[in-house]
Design a protein around this ligand. Sequence first.
Ligand code: HEC
Length: 202
Amino acid sequence: MKHLVHFNTNHWYYLALGGLCILLPFLASRMEKPAPLIPTLPADFPAAFTQYATVQRPDGTLRDLYINTPALAAYGGGYDLPDGSILVITGCTAQQDSAGKWITDQNGRYTCATAFDSLHLRAKRRDWPDSAFPGDDRNGDWNYGSFTPSGAAFAEPITPCFQCHNTAEQPDFTYTFRLLAEYWRTQQVIYSFCDQTGRTPC
Ligand code: HEC
């Protein structure tokens, strides 16, 4: 009798152990959380992007504007951009002469001297979770990010992005919508002279 009890205990022990061996990897794989959905700089930037414009300002800044090429292909020339659109703006300050004046070529255009530390991104998708936003501000389906050129997060507040772009008078919270539409029509990168300084919209 004693022997039998001993045997039974062992039996259940091995059965439970076997069950655990089968279940644990399964449970672990179920518990692995997917990476949280937040704006990131795509690894294929700039290769999978198309430059549509450059904006030059009198404060010696030059900014290049890009859209992910699949979104450009899906854009039909209308007043809003397709789901999955990613817009990126990079910048630099221009070359100066010895007197500190911005050097321009015969067309009045600068040449880049020093790239900005950060680049800005806007990404449009319907499925951003609330946790992907810094606060309650929304610009339709757009979210914002600031990155170093290698794609690491650049430490700057994101809420002002929403607040300024919210006032864009052009479609889809996009200040350069007209430039993008013009690129779409002409297939020429649009060079735009803005007479304002800083981030003041033209
Ligand atoms: C005070 C206004 C202002 C703020 C704040 C601002 N932007 Fe912009 N943004 C602009 C203007 C104006 C343009 C158009 C390009 C230009 O004239 O320099 C622009 C253009 C862009 C573009 C190119 C597509 C488009 O909308 O035209 C991206 C991407 C962008 N901004 C991202 C950001 C991000 C990310 C932030 C926050 C880190 C931010 N912006 C904050 C004014 C602003």
